[in-house]
Design a protein around this ligand. Structure first.
Ligand code: KIV
Length: 271
């Protein structure tokens, strides 16, 4: 039986029940009211207001420039579009790394000013104090391990992470620490499928994979990538469900032509 089909509102408890029942969790990013409404009505379990907004909405090269104010704007727009799904919001770079007090203040702003249901932050052992402090204030926290784009200048590339034993061992330890600190789930980004399987099986809480194989308890993709809006990004893990760039471009070209030829508006489209 499907856990999520019986549910009117998805909560962190629902995700836990889905893991126990062996039902995969579907998660997509969204950044505005209109797409959030489509995704929610289509039945998505979780919307992530990702700091990937920095790339796909604002056109920056990395996720580093986006601010807490920008994230609050995106998240509050998303929240107005949804009824059923759980909405998780990324704490942006610089809004939590300094200390746990600042992290809590940032998380509180997100919850208070957007109406979102949970926050996500990147990192393991280094961020455990932040996670504990935020969780103890009653705010659900999702972790994020593996390729953590806020650390891109430390890594130097967007290549697969944790291929070597030492990094894989650290990731396994970090995952356990995040679970013990109270995280309700962990995103595993761009790591070997076997490692993701081992981590997923070792945890009670669900894992959500992106480029982490098929053994995670759920999957997430960036909406602009899976809808084919962003045409330059073609990693192996991405499956495209639409060629929106071409289709939207075709519709706009048709509109331009109809305006130029005087075909639009016709009599039925006039008062
Ligand atoms: O910001 C984002 O979109 C993310 C996903 C890639 C997991 O963190």
């Amino acid at each position: 039986m499907s856990v999520s089909k019986e549910i009117r509102k998805v909560t962190t408890n629902t995700l836990q029940k889905m893991k126990v029942a062996g039902e995969k969790i579907s998660m997509l990013t969204a950044y505005d009211y209109s797409f959030a409404k489509i995704f929610d009505q289509a039945g998505i379990d979780v919307i992530l207001v990702g700091d990937s907004a920095s790339n796909v909405m604002a056109g920056y090269e990395t996720t580093l420039p986006i601010t807490l104010e920008h994230m609050i704007y995106h998240a509050s727009s998303v929240i107005r579009g949804v009824n059923r799904c759980l909405v998780v919001v990324d704490l942006p770079f610089g809004s939590y790394q300094s200390n746990s007090e600042i992290a809590l203040a940032s998380a509180i702003r997100i919850m208070k000013e957007t109406g979102a249901h949970a926050i996500k932050l990147e990192g393991g052992e280094e961020e455990i104090d932040c996670v504990k402090r935020i969780v103890s204030a009653g705010i659900p926290v999702m972790g994020h391990l593996g390729l953590t784009p806020q650390s891109i200048y430390k890594f130097g590339t967007y290549n697969v992470r944790a291929k070597e034993e030492a990094e894989a061992n650290k990731l396994k330890k970090d995952a356990k620490l995040l679970e013990e600190a109270g995280c309700f789930g962990i995103v595993l980004e761009k790591i070997p499928a076997l490692l993701a399987k081992e981590v997923s099986e070792s945890l009670i809480i669900p894992t959500i994979g992106i480029g982490a194989g098929n053994h995670c308890n759920g999957q997430v993709l960036v909406m602009h990538d899976m809808l084919g809006i962003n045409t330059e990004f073609k990693p192996r893990f991405l499956r495209k469900y639409l060629n929106a760039f071409e289709q939207v471009s075709g519709a706009v070209q048709q509109y331009i032509s109809d305006v130029k030829t005087g075909d639009f508006p016709n009599e039925g489209e006039s008062y």
